[in-house]
Design a protein around this ligand. Structure first.
Ligand code: ADP
Length: 154
């Protein structure tokens, strides 16, 4: 059976933290589906198309990586894609508490799906998309925080 993982998130925008987690997870799986969650109640900064384009650019040389969008529960999307793993990054203890509740409840709802966590390398653990957006809104240079070649101009 193919080991397929879903890496869900907003990726608004993709950061070096996301990239690090995904690249290190690649040897563990046959396929990783980056799944951009579409949530009507969440106001995103960059358009879905833009976020998808950047993810495609960063991973265009990785045949194992696919990029999709989804609505609804992540476990339902996993079932639709025949994925039996959910990939998440753990930056902080706050992430841990939040992720623990989601992963344990997902396990109750879908026992066949395992959540796998990867810790970022220390120099990337302070990066998050919210900070990147704040830098951009205030006219700063966010390029040190995003993958090489990403042009953040809206
Ligand atoms: P969400 O909106 O669900 O928080 P994000 O797009 O912010 O989604 O993140 C998707 C995943 O990437 C989450 O598991 C998050 O913990 C992880 N992640 C984001 N930034 C980093 C980072 N700097 N280091 C490690 N993991 C990260």
């Amino acid at each position: 059976m193919k080991r397929i993982a879903v890496f869900p998130g907003s990726f608004d925008p993709i950061t070096k933290g996301h990239e690090n987690i995904l690249r290190r997870a690649l040897p563990l799986f046959d396929e990783i589906i980056i799944a951009i969650g579409k949530n009507d109640s969440k106001q995103n900064y960059f358009s879905l198309e833009q976020r998808k384009t950047w993810l495609g650019q960063v991973f265009d040389k990785e045949p194992k990586v696919k990029i999709e969008t989804y609505t609804g529960l992540t476990i339902d999307f996993c079932k639709k894609m025949n994925a039996t793993y959910i990939l998440r990054g753990l930056r902080t203890s706050a992430d841990f508490e939040f992720e623990k509740a989601i992963a344990q409840n997902n396990k109750i709802m879908a026992d066949e799906i395992e959540t796998v966590f990867i810790l970022p390398v220390p120099e990337l653990s302070a990066i998050n998309s919210t900070i990147v957006r704040d830098i951009i809104r205030n006219g700063g240079d966010a390029s040190p925080f995003v993958p090489h070649g990403i042009d953040l101009k809206k």
